[in-house]
Design a protein around this ligand. Structure first.
Ligand code: NAP
Length: 487
């Protein structure tokens, strides 16, 4: 044993998993004056934290899980920060075997909320608390103040909440952490946060692409535009870093940095989870879905190769020479409009899950805890909190008076940008799908009546009549086409 066991019950809480996220989270707790037990499967990482940061606070390292658990004061709080999936299950099992009723196991990894629900039920049955908590902000957030989205019981939050709130980011003195709801609520909300992040990034990328292809602007010139946009309603972390990335030069070639990056976007899966869950719950998160599929399309190399040489553009040239400034402003407005739709859709999904699982999620509070620490942090989120303060039961974020007014100001520009892109062969899947959603959700009449007619024709799936919406009807298509009322 190279690490001697610490004294029993000495630490306020512990973190197991000393890779970048876990060690930074442990250092954050220590910087706030907590006595932090630390552990990693392989002791080398634990030793490295002590060697490099041991003097930054009170750390209690352990080599074995038994020593780690014994070093925690009761009721014990053990935070897991390891690879999501099977490794997390293995660590939970190890901890649960060593802990006592009333102790709290917290998973701060990027777990699927279905796993969290299963684990919570299992651990609860063993008399322990299990908290699945979303943590956003990457490495720097974990160290300096992330946005934290804990699920689990109210009782566990009483013990955990003050600690989490103290290490979270703060905006206007308010912590970016709150109790989201029971069992998987925290990880669900974190998943939707990531889905919205996908949409935000795709919309920014489409705006960049339009300036590049329609106006022939260079990356640094576009970076300057984003710098200006960051002084408007779009003020956010992602716009800020976009301006920075676009103005960075490749040290090897001197070319704009983005020009030396291969145009294939990777993904770790939370965007796809958001889309899968939305599809299962019947919630149209079209902005997030198109953003996720746009990444997939960028990586579809054989398909792109096959299409590039065979599919004609047949574009309609629509010059914008004299309207350059107006066009750039229209792109900004389209970005703002699409962003409002993407967030509205994301909040719809949270509402749906909250209703389905009885989580009772406070929607305004979710926007509040995303204002700092996380990747989608933005001034705009204040407006969402205010909207839900005006009406807790808001059926659609876009229908709030502020958002309805804001989006109305952008619609003409939005239509110009989407139609221009279509005519000129520039792909804008997120701009256009959110505009279609906007037109769909506000439409007096949708063609779903025809779809119901078709479904009844081939599958006797029935329909409701406009003059009897409660009644269920079927037409005897292959007989005499008379109509039957079925209830
Ligand atoms: P990671 O690369 O996801 O995982 C490495 C850690 O997991 C190491 O401590 C490793 O221990 C441990 N581990 C792997 N398999 C294990 C097993 N079977 N039993 C016990 N421990 C095992 O680390 P990370 O990037 O710091 O992320 C940690 C968690 O935070 C993940 O769930 C991740 O999705 C989530 N997260 C990451 C970010 C980010 O920006 N990176 C942001 C938010 C959330 P050894 O050293 O012994 O191999």
């Amino acid at each position: 044993m190279s690490i001697p066991a610490p004294a029993e019950g000495v630490a306020d809480l512990g973190v197991t998993g000393m890779a970048v996220m876990g060690s930074n989270l442990a250092r954050n707790f220590a910087s706030k004056g907590y006595k932090v037990a630390i552990h990693n499967r392989s002791a080398a990482k634990t030793e490295k934290v002590i060697a490099e940061h041991g003097d930054d606070g009170e750390f209690y390292p352990s080599e074995t899980m038994a020593d780690f658990v014994a070093s925690l004061s009761k009721p014990r709080v053990a935070i897991i920060m390891v690879k999501a999936g099977a490794p997390t299950d293995a660590v939970i099992e190890e901890l649960a075997a060593l802990m006592e009723p009333g102790d709290i196991i917290v998973d701060c990894g990027n777990s699927n909320y279905h796993d969290t629900r299963r684990r919570e039920a299992d651990i609860r049955a063993r008399g322990l608390h299990f908290v699945g908590s979303g943590v956003s902000g990457g490495e720097e957030g974990a160290l300096k103040g992330p946005s934290i989205m804990p699920g689990g019981t109210v009782e566990s939050y009483k013990r955990l909440g003050p600690m989490f709130e103290s290490i979270s980011a703060h905006v206007d003195g308010v912590p970016c952490c709150t109790h989201v709801g029971p069992d998987g609520a925290g990880h669900f909300v974190k998943m939707v946060h990531n889905g919205i992040e996908y949409a935000d990034m795709q919309l920014i990328a489409e705006a960049y692409d339009l300036m590049r292809k329609a106006l022939g602007m260079s990356a640094p010139e576009i970076g300057k535009v984003f710098e200006e946009w960051n002084k408007t309603e779009l003020d956010s972390y992602l716009i800020e870093i976009t301006a920075d990335v676009l103005q960075h030069s490749d040290p090897q070639t001197g070319k704009p940095f983005v020009d030396i990056i291969l145009d294939q976007a990777a993904q770790k899966g939370t965007g796809a989870w958001t889309v899968q869950n939305a599809a299962e719950m019947g919630i149209p998160v079209t902005g997030i879905a198109e953003a996720t599929f746009a990444r997939s399309l960028s990586g579809s190399i054989p398909q792109r190769e096959a299409a590039r040489t065979t599919l004609p553009a047949l574009t309609v040239d629509t010059p914008i020479d004299e309207q350059r400034e107006a066009f750039i402003e229209a792109i900004r407005q389209a970005l703002y409009a699409s962003k409002m739709v993407a967030y509205s859709q994301g909040f719809d999904l949270i509402r749906s899950a909250s209703d389905q699982y009885g989580w009772n999620v406070d929607m305004g509070a979710m926007a509040r805890i995303w204002r700092g620490g996380c990747i989608i942090r933005a001034v705009f989120l204040n407006r969402i909190t205010e909207a839900y303060e005006r009406n807790q039961e808001l059926p659609l974020l876009l229908s709030d008076s502020y958002f309805a007014g804001e989006i109305a100001k952008t619609v003409k520009s939005w239509r110009w940008i989407v139609s221009f892109s279509a005519l000129n062969g520039i792909p804008v899947p997120a701009f256009s799908s959110t505009l279609s959603y906007y037109d769909g959700v506000r439409a007096e009449q949708l063609p779903a009546n025809l779809i119901q007619g078709q479904r009844d024709y081939f599958g006797a799936h029935t329909y409701h009549r406009v003059d009897d919406s409660a009644g269920v009807y079927h037409t005897l298509w292959s007989e005499d086409r008379s109509e039957e009322k079925q209830n």
